[in-house]
Design a protein around this ligand. Structure first.
Ligand code: GLN
Ligand code: ZN
Length: 789
């Protein structure tokens, strides 16, 4: 091996990535201003460059080295997979016109891939492993061109160097890049992107050469796909690793290579990776297992790679047990490994800085570590490993004290909640057989308006969240709008939405969810055991961020007594009081509440899920008692938490399905439970969807033109089903005829007595104009279809 840059040893402390959106979401503002035409490209680039430098300065302040390659240069403007697509010049055929004569995409071209344009849908967005981040799926076919395009990466390295920082560029590694891609539309059947590995490697080789020449002593290649079971057989994966990395390490003049494997363990793929000649391999020691002795041996001896121990959790917000972690690191070092300390994943899954959260209870605040605090933990661990425990004794003691205070703080363990969860019987989890319930529900007059017609029409819950609704909520939060006025405003908004639905002729109405900004926060605000943050934004995709709540203690509804008070009944009951038609109650399910929060790490997730489910069960009971005969419990995140290894999936599906059933099974036979799932690939979860035992399930189906019904039909699914007939992800209004055709297709798979008619998902991001037009068409199409069945 030969490198042109001086050999910089791997730094003792590093992170694999840092939040890139900015402490005040500066990147979001810069991007959105540029897209809206309010700023120039130079202004956008300047804002992004400033953010990079501010990040480096901050990280050095927190204890990382300025010049030892410990600072990752990982600053995608939109998405890291998109940036790798651009760096590889892997321009999908349907965007080929955007590439320059040299085959490369510029920044504006890359934004078209991300956001689409008048004639083209953007690249598909898909969940990034088992997180709530979404990446842009590369489209690769047999003829997709590859052209090294190191421009942005090199510019970042140079800008950093001019300001005194030696940074480590980051790319998605070749195996993961292809595994994360999908075959493009022109690809023949049987093609899979991994077949292009040999074509891709020379492009990586060239990028590595250019980065070394620009002065980067190390480059980080991310291979998270190695920790997940793939459709590709294991032997083929191992062969891909064995092909890729020895080829890259043979590149003359290359930088040293760190390969990361976040989100789990690479299992049997660790051996070929560690033996490939790369200089450092990162392991996630939080989600993944500590290396077994035989694996540890791969890191010992002359020429072995550095073991970059992902010892600090990059995905959750709790302070680490530093003494315990240090012990594990010492064990690794004692076994002969050269150990560096790192985060388990990039820190972009957590907010910037706990110090910003001045409104949090000080005790809770003392238990938390956001990105900046985690960097401090990593630096402490590295120092302890190098200089001995004594050198960091104060820090270890502080961390231990924080964890102790968490153990017995009020609210963390609530005896009554625990007793209730422990004394559950199986009778409380099941309902009567589905057929019995269907008989009780069919022909039931949910309200004075009489029984539901066949092919009933409904929506998924939210109505457009207008600027007015958002402004009122913000003013209320800021204390500028008194409670009573805000409540009055919401009641009027609900009335408006009810009247609109009556005019449109929908059969099952909703209250429209104007009191909720997202699906979880409103619940977190009304449940004990949760806290919400002010600045705790994390990137969901592109410039979109969410502010996950923090689930820190035992969960029950807020208010007196074990069961507390109903918090959705005031709105939903109000809606029902305004109309003869049935109003569907709307709740977020237990798994989704967990998936979109930072969840306590001191007990199994399953146990936490059961507590959340019990609180929801109380809300369901109160809705039923208030005369709500149809209750929908949304679980759009059920699939997101599915473990990356098949061997772990059954156990997860077992407890998650049980949590849903616990939340929903306390009702009478004639009360109809709905659920909503917003993705259209069921594959491995189709059995679980049936297991939820909901009376009616609405799913996303418009874009796949009802394709998903084939999966459900094949699995023998016979419950009520509402396949979406309107793709709500774009402002496009579907025509009546188009909806009629979709319903006809649906009726080929589903009997008329179980088919519902609804959009793909909630309408909160839509405008009123397209909502009215689309729902008019939906109702008219359902009426026409009804006449035919
Ligand atoms: N009831 C929610 C809504 O309509 C469902 C949202 C979702 O599935 N993501 O907004
Ligand atoms: Zn949805």
């Amino acid at each position: 091996m030969s490198t042109t840059t001086p050999a910089v040893p791997f730094p003792a402390a590093t992170i694999t990535g840092y939040p890139r959106i900015g402490r005040r979401r500066e990147l979001k503002q810069a991007l959105e201003a540029y897209w809206a035409g309010r700023s120039t490209r130079e202004e956008l680039e300047a804002a992004a460059g400033e953010l990079q430098l501010a990040t480096y300065r901050r990280l050095v302040e927190l204890g990382l080295g300025a010049q030892d390659a410990s600072l990752p240069a990982a600053f995608p403007l939109y998405d890291q997979v998109l940036d790798t697509t651009v760096a590889l010049g892997a321009v999908p055929s349907r965007f080929a016109d955007l590439a320059g004569a040299d085959g490369r995409l510029d920044l504006d071209g890359s934004f078209v891939l991300a956001r689409g344009d008048a004639g083209r849908a953007p690249l598909e967005l898909t969940k990034w492993f088992d997180t709530n981040y979404h990446y842009l799926v590369p489209e690769i076919g047999p003829g997709t061109p590859f052209t090294a395009s190191a421009g942005r990466l090199v510019a970042d390295v140079r800008r950093a160097a001019e300001n005194g920082f030696t940074v480590r560029p980051v790319l998605v590694g070749p195996v993961s890049f292809l595994l994360l891609a999908k075959a493009d539309d022109d690809a023949p059947a049987g093609f899979d992107p991994l077949q292009r590995l040999a074509d891709l490697l020379p492009v990586y080789a060239q990028l590595l050469g250019e980065l070394a020449a620009a002065g980067a002593p190390w480059v980080q290649l991310e291979e998270p796909a190695l920790v997940a079971d793939q459709d590709v057989p294991a032997a083929r994966l191992a062969a891909a690793v064995q092909e890729a990395y020895p080829a890259l390490t043979a590149v003359p003049g290359r930088p040293r290579l760190l390969v990361t494997t976040s989100y789990g363990s690479p299992g049997a793929l660790l051996r070929p990776l560690a033996r490939s000649g790369v200089e450092a391999v990162h392991l996630d020691l939080v989600k993944g297992a500590a290396p077994a002795p035989a694996e540890l041996a791969l890191f010992a001896g002359e020429g072995a790679p550095v073991l970059v121990a992902g010892a600090v959790d990059g995905r959750n917000v709790w302070r680490a047990d530093l003494a315990g972690r240090l012990g594990e690191l010492e064990d690794l070092a004692r076994a002969g490994a050269r150990v560096a300390v790192a985060s388990s994943t990039s820190l972009f899954h957590v907010p910037h800085d706990v110090a910003e959260e001045t409104r949090l209870h000080p005790l809770l605040r003392s238990w938390l570590a956001f990105a900046d605090q985690k960097v401090g933990e990593i630096v402490t661990l590295a120092r302890g490993l190098a200089a001995g425990r004594g050198a960091v004794a104060d820090r270890l003691a502080e961390a231990a004290a924080a964890r102790r205070s968490r153990e017995d703080a009020p609210g963390v363990r609530d005896a009554a909640v625990r007793e209730r969860a422990a004394s559950l019987t199986s009778a409380e989890i099941g309902r009567a057989p589905a057929a019995v319930r269907r008989a009780a529900q069919e022909g039931r007059s949910f309200t004075a308006s009489g029984p539901l017609p066949p092919l009933p029409t409904t929506t998924i819950g939210s109505f457009p969240q207008t600027a007015e609704v958002r402004a009122a909520r913000a003013r209320h939060r800021a204390g500028a709008l008194p409670d009573a006025e805000y409540e009055g405003f919401l009641r009027e908004e609900i009335e408006r939405v009810v009247r609109l639905q009556e005019e449109l002729g929908l059969d099952v109405l909703v209250h429209g969810e104007p009191e909720r900004n997202d699906m979880v926060q409103y619940f977190a605000e009304h449940l004990d055991g949760f806290a919400t943050t002010v600045h705790g934004w994390v990137q969901s995709y592109g410039s979109r961020c969410t502010r996950p709540s923090i689930l820190w203690g035992d969960v029950s509804r807020e208010g007196p007594g074990l069961r507390g008070e109903a918090f959705t009944v005031p709105w939903i009951g109000h809606a029902q009081s305004l109309t003869d038609r049935p109003v569907k109650g709307m709740l977020t399910g237990p798994v989704t509440i967990l998936a979109w929060s930072f969840v306590r790490d001191d007990q199994p997730l399953e146990q936490t899920a059961r507590q959340v489910a019990l609180a929801l069960r109380d809300e369901v009971a109160d809705l039923e008692a208030a005369g709500i005969g149809i209750i929908q419990v949304d679980e759009p995140a059920l699939r997101e938490l599915l473990p990356l290894r098949r061997a772990d999936q059954q156990a997860y599906l077992g407890w998650s399905v049980d949590a849903f059933r616990l939340a929903t099974s306390g009702v009478r036979d004639e009360t109809q439970i709905h659920t909503h799932l917003c993705y259209s690939e069921f594959g491995e979860v189709v059995g679980a969807i049936d297991g939820l035992d909901a009376d009616v399930t609405s799913i996303e189906a418009a874009r796949s033109r009802m394709e998903v019904l084939t999966d459900l039909e094949a699995a023998g699914f016979s419950r009520g089903i509402g396949p979406g007939v309107w793709d709500i992800h774009s402002p496009r209004v579907p025509g009546q005829e188009e909806i009629e055709q979709l319903l006809e297709r649906a009726l080929e798979h589903v009997p008329a007595r179980t088919l519902w008619v609804n959009p793909d998902c909630g309408l909160k991001t839509r405008g009123y104009e397209e909502t009215k037009a689309s729902l008019e068409h939906l109702v008219a199409a359902a009426r026409t279809a009804r006449e035919r069945v």
